[in-house]
Design a protein around this ligand. Structure first.
Ligand code: URA
Length: 245
């Protein structure tokens, strides 16, 4: 990786600012001043210091975002704002991408990372990573729906869903529910309710695997996962990997 990119990723300034610092000779690689930011570095093998302080390189970034409606969970979109557009420069530099998709009109937990291996495993249909959604549903969600979702319902394309756990929080003609599913078919939650004659009015994702969306995050806000959360995610992903499918 280029030295200037590495230092910028680590928060030592923009590429332009880092270039200026490099010119002063304050950055040493294995004890020697390096002034050229385009030099390629192996951060695992080489020691880098800046103003005498060692740079502990962390290659990966893990972010928890509370996506607002209207924002697309993709890295680019011609018309609409994306989750990447909501990131500060210092985080965007790591080039994270959203793990899986949330619909444009769905709010809630989006995990962003540049750890391709973890993202791939979390998205793998074989791993059955559970995700919990809360929803406002038009129509009286019933005990029969709980049973149907547990058994699997047939979607409009003939696909029969894996068992989902439905909990009715507020019953009524407008129901408030939580649904945990372990797959991610296109518009899955909305289509599951459609299959039992109901319509999702509002949808929010509140958990992914072992992680809960931080209630302190307002819409459009995000934070880095803590070390403990990253460990939990990796541990859960290992366990899911070992589960028989
Ligand atoms: N199910 C949906 O219908 N939409 C989402 O965004 C996520 C799950």
């Amino acid at each position: 990786m280029r030295l200037d990119k590495l230092l910028a990723n680590m928060g030592y300034g923009t590429r332009k600012e880092v270039k200026k610092v490099l010119k002063t000779g304050s950055v040493l690689v294995d004890g020697k001043a390096v002034k050229d930011g385009s030099v390629h570095i192996k951060p695992d093998e080489q020691e880098i210091t800046i103003f005498g302080e060692e740079v502990h390189y962390k290659p990966f970034i893990y972010l928890m975002m509370n996506k607002p409606k209207g924002v697309i969970s993709a890295t680019e979109d011609r018309e609409h704002e994306t989750v990447i557009d909501l990131l500060a420069y210092e985080h965007a530099l790591f080039e994270p991408f959203p793990v899986g998709r949330l619909d444009k009109d769905t709010e809630g937990f989006v995990l962003l990372t540049n750890d391709g291996k973890l993202a791939h495993e979390l998205m793998s249909p074989k791993k059955h990573v559970p995700k919990t959604y809360v929803a406002t549903v038009s129509g009286r969600v019933s005990e029969e729906d709980i049973v149907s979702f547990k058994q699997g319902v047939e979607l409009d394309d003939g696909y029969v869903t894996k068992p989902g756990e439905l909990v009715i929080h507020v019953p009524g003609e407008i129901s408030k529910i939580a649904l945990t599913i372990s797959e991610g078919k296109f518009h899955q939650v909305k289509r599951m309710f459609k299959s039992v004659g109901k319509k999702v009015l509002e949808l929010k994702r509140i958990s992914i695997g072992p992680l809960q969306l931080d209630e302190n995050l307002g819409l459009g806000e995000y934070r880095e996962l803590t070390e403990e959360e990253i460990e939990r995610l990796k541990h859960a992903q290992d366990e899911m990997g070992n589960a028989t499918v």
